[in-house]
Design a protein around this ligand. Structure first.
Ligand code: PNS
Length: 160
């Protein structure tokens, strides 16, 4: 049976670290579904439609990368999709505790689903969506840390 992996997250916004993990996942698994969590934050910078548009545009040439949304428990979404694997990126030791807790909780909720961790290329190990938003809001350069489309959409937010 072909392996479907789910890469869940908020993607507010998509960073080059996320892109790196998605491409690694797309090479490792038959298909990877990038699943954007609905209502993760009360006031996200990018709406769900904007995030969907960005992710679809960035991965338009990757037929085994699918962009989707989910609500509720991640394991329920994974089960509904008949996926076998949850992919998460691990950047630094600081990620470990939260990721370890989530992986074990998800395993307890559904022991059939395996969490696989992947490390991004080292130039992305310090990037997070939160830092990108903060740096950009304060006038800092985020070029090379996010896809060009995200950079353009961030600029649109300033001029809007
Ligand atoms: O990009 P993020 O914000 O680190 O992603 C976190 C995410 C979406 C993977 C996590 O918050 C999640 O799975 N939320 C869905 C609700 C759920 O299943 N919670 C229990 C996880 S143990």
């Amino acid at each position: 049976m072909p392996t479907l992996a789910v890469y869940p997250g908020s993607f507010d916004p998509l960073t080059n670290g996320h892109v790196d993990i998605i491409l690694r996942g797309a090479r490792l698994f038959d298909r990877i579904a990038v699943a954007i969590l609905v209502n993760a934050e009360k006031s996200p910078l990018f709406s769900m439609d904007e995030r969907l548009d960005i992710l679809r545009a960035v991965f338009k040439d990757h037929p085994n990368v699918e962009i989707d949304t989910f609500d509720g428990l991640l394991v329920d979404y994974v089960e509904r999709r008949r996926a076998q694997v949850i992919v998460r990126g691990l950047r630094a030791i600081s990620d470990f505790e939260y990721e370890f807790q989530m992986a074990l909780m998800n395993r307890r909720l559904n022991p059939k689903i395996e969490t696989v961790f992947m490390m991004p290329a080292e130039q992305y190990t310090y990037i997070s969506s939160k830092l990108i938003k903060e740096v950009f809001a304060l006038g800092g350069r985020v070029h090379g840390l996010v896809p060009e489309l995200v950079e353009a959409r961030l600029r649109d937010k300033v001029t809007a």
